[in-house]
Design a binder for this molecule. Structure first.
Ligand code: HEC
Length: 153
């Protein structure tokens, strides 16, 4: 009887020990799995914080760049004429056809805007290429020639 009792007590102890090992194992595992969760959460929040900043900077740069390039391309014919062409075309030096002089321009008007623009870009006689406006685009020269032609009406 006593043998049987001690046998069942031993079995109880073994079951208890296994239960404690199992509980202890779970308890040890629990915090480590928690901490790995919080580490990935920190990684995600850091990534989320960095990502929008990078995107905003890229957007701002491209917007600033495109705004600047639009500004430099938008010069009016009047602006270019006054700064680059008036020196010759207002006084008529070297036989330059004068601004607002229909008499001077009469022989040339028939060439039309396109051909006048081409000879202004290439240069002609005492007329330097692009009328000395080397940073003028072809279209800016055209707009300026149009500005001169508008003065004849
Ligand atoms: C250094 C003086 C000078 C400047 C600066 C100048 N021109 Fe002229 N331009 C002339 C002369 C001289 C002629 C006449 C050329 C000829 O017919 O032999 C002329 C002719 C022209 C003609 C007529 C071309 C043709 O086919 O008959 C146009 C258009 C013209 N200029 C536009 C301009 C414009 C636009 C500018 C400014 C961007 C400009 N010029 C600046 C001297 C100048």
């Amino acid at each position: 009887m006593s043998q049987g009792t001690s046998g069942s007590t031993k079995l109880m102890l073994i079951v208890w020990a296994l239960a404690m090992i199992f509980i202890g194992f779970k308890a040890l595992n629990a915090p480590s799995s928690d901490s790995s969760h919080s580490e990935t959460m920190v990684d995600n929040t850091v990534l989320e914080r960095i990502k929008p900043v990078g995107e905003v900077r890229i957007d701002n740069n491209t917007q600033v760049a495109s705004a600047e390039s639009v500004e430099t391309e938008e010069r009016s014919g009047e602006e270019i004429y006054n700064s680059k062409c008036a020196g010759c075309h207002t006084s008529g030096v070297m036989g330059a056809p004068k601004y607002a002089s229909l008499e001077d321009w009469a022989p040339r008007v028939d060439l039309g805007l396109e051909k006048l623009t081409l000879s202004a870009i290439a240069g002609k006689g005492g007329m330097p290429a692009r009328g000395t406006c080397m940073d003028c685009s072809d279209n800016e020269i055209k707009v300026t020639v149009q500005y001169i032609l508008d003065s004849l009406e």
